[in-house]
Ligand binder design. Sequence first.
Ligand SMILES: [Zn+2]
Length: 261
Amino acid sequence: MKARIGIIGGTGVYDPEMFELEGTVRPHTPYGPASDEIQVGKLKGVPVAFLPRHGRGHVLPPHMINYRANVYAMKQLGVERIISPCAVGSLQEEFKPGEIVLVDQFVDFTKSRRYTFFDGPKTVHIGAADPFCPEMNSLFAKEAEKAKVPFHNGGTYVCIEGPRFSTRAESRMYRAFADVIGMTLAPECALAREMEMCYTSLAMITDYDVWADHPVDTATILRTMAENMDRIRTLLGKVVPKIPEERKKCSCGSVLADAGA
Ligand SMILES: [Zn+2]
């Protein structure tokens, strides 16, 4: 089974009404097992692979996810572009709950993750100045605009180790250089880049981080998440059929050659 597009996200992203399931695979990777089985099928006629990042039933906390196995498993299926919906907190007033951020930069504050495929003897230093696919981000921006989905075209994501949330001091520090905060982008994005796959993050803002001192109740967060998920499914349905088969407008596919690897 093969797929061109890979979606790594929460279970809510999987929409059986839009997705024609063809089968499931449980790929073996040199890095161990992926988070779960991968569902392969067609989304509006396009071969797509779905992987629940935290496993079904949300059994894997962010720091225990085998990011290398997940990304490698996608690569094995032939995936060239990864779309990665995730939930984030906001670090800035103007990044409001319910909005989607097409992330264009990240800062990695994780502590104990396996973050590269190149542990030697071969040493490879990939360029990561602009780690997200510009072609995919602009496709999502165009469709979000048309569908009137509230979004930010660009934003910096700080990835923390978790599973605990930030202290107030940490949150204030992150505010100095980032717009949203989450626990899953790193090293997933960089690993996809090492595998020369395009990577887009659809970061859904659920609430303000602790700096804001806006206490929110769980019911509000869950409602915002459900609305966000609807928007993500709408966007996927519109964008996926428009993703060109050939990658001509980005250099994601030549990252290793550019690194001299
Ligand atoms: Zn690309």
